[in-house]
Design a protein around this ligand. Sequence first.
Ligand code: NAD
Length: 503
Amino acid sequence: MSELRTVTHWIGGRPDDEPPQRLGDVYDPATGEVQARVAFASEADVDRAVETAAAAQPEWGETSLTRRAEVLFRFRQLLLDHVEELARLISSEHGKVRFDAMGEIRAGLDVLEFACGIPHLLKGEFSENVSTNIDTYSIRQPVGVAAGITPFNFPMMVPMWMVPIALACGNAFVLKPSEKDPSASLLLARLLKEAGLPDGVFNVVHGDKVAVDSLLTHPRVDAVSSVGSTPVARYIYSTASANGKRVQSLGGAKNHMVVMPDCDMDLAADSAVNAGYGSTGQRCMAVSAVVAVGAAGDQLIEKVRERLAVLRVGPGSDPEAQMGPLVTAEARDRVVAAIEAGVRAGATLAVDGRDLKVEGYENGFFVGPTIFDHVTPDLSIYRDEIFGPVLVVVRADRLEDAISLVNANPYGNGTAIFTNDGGAARMFQHEVQVGMVGVNVPIPVPLPFYSFGGWKASLFGSLHMYGPDGVAFFTRGKVVTTRWPEPAARGVDLGFPGASRSS
Ligand code: NAD
């Protein structure tokens, strides 16, 4: 048997050569085989990475805005040159099909392109003559060392939600990507170096809770940006905040798509299938609950069923495949157990994906598209984030009932309404307690000139990810008040500023 590749940390501009004390397995989800091993960082490894970042940050923070932007422009070109290699890496470790990996790369590039405009984004405000001959202006400076903790489901895009903006703002960065698909982060590191980023400004440490805890408590980490499941997001938020860091921590989701009887039902069915089963349901913005209002339910289920009958499931390397496997055997078993719980609880299993077999890939982590009808909100298949190709349909009598259902859900990442009634759409977007809302758009992910973030248990912290909020998160504000005194303005005056105006 040939020796397995080891995925190492990246510290100080090169692959780390310290022998790891612990290693994890990286699978090929389509075959079920271990394809590599990944180093798991100890507290000492994280300390080396953070100290390296802290040493490199001051010079990078002093580097001119135009030079920082130039490095990002070059990074963008290098990413475009390596797009096939990156898509192959993502697909082989995550399992997603090629065009989906390409979509993820495009979304990551969108944030990078936004960050290339950093000279414009860091312009401050200026107020002349706030008092006679006194001017006030604001500037934004780097936070220092930022840490990023990212999930498996977008091994390139989610790091790119953070890294380009953090670097553009003059910070150094330590990324802890998911241990399930760690290799894309190393290609990003190599290309950043090639683009001219000074060694030590961007570092990668791999691993599990040990690595995460070391980052959350390290005294030289100033900011923590994280994305993951809600229990982990809540833990990261509270631990890092208690250690004095600024934190933005995005959590899980249960995204509802409300379907009104007057909508374009073919568009709604296409959208439910695309957003429900794309990336095998492993997207934070996946639609996982459909709320069919009034007469919409029967028509929609029938149209979704027709589409699922011809949906092709296969390995990410199959150019014809539309949906790949789940990321691990554990994820597959969790999804199958969720389906079994739904059946036991009496929901109607309209399409069952449990028996799917992909020829030649019998040991892969596949589950076929599954849909439950007549689901009630007390069932675990409705309450839990299944994070797999399982869609549940809940029936509601009126739009008001659908909105109440969405608002009662503890998550609030994304939601959508499908309707041709402008009044219904306006009521929905106004009343719904969710951070990102689509009208006839199933996955309303904002482009990076807006920010991305959910409400309630989908985000801990006050600032959303990327866009203007990202720039605010990765910088500290400073306000300067200046006076260049004329001789007449001199003299001691112990009165409180403004006293002369109120008399
Ligand atoms: P996860 O919570 O298991 O892991 C996320 C990160 O935290 C990983 O780097 C992991 O190594 C680390 N981690 C895991 N357990 C930890 C622990 N006990 N203590 C400290 N760190 C820990 O999430 P995942 O399975 O990799 O990703 C899927 C989840 O991420 C889903 O819940 C999905 O909704 C969510 N997600 C949310 C968004 C969003 O924008 N809100 C985006 C992508 C993914």
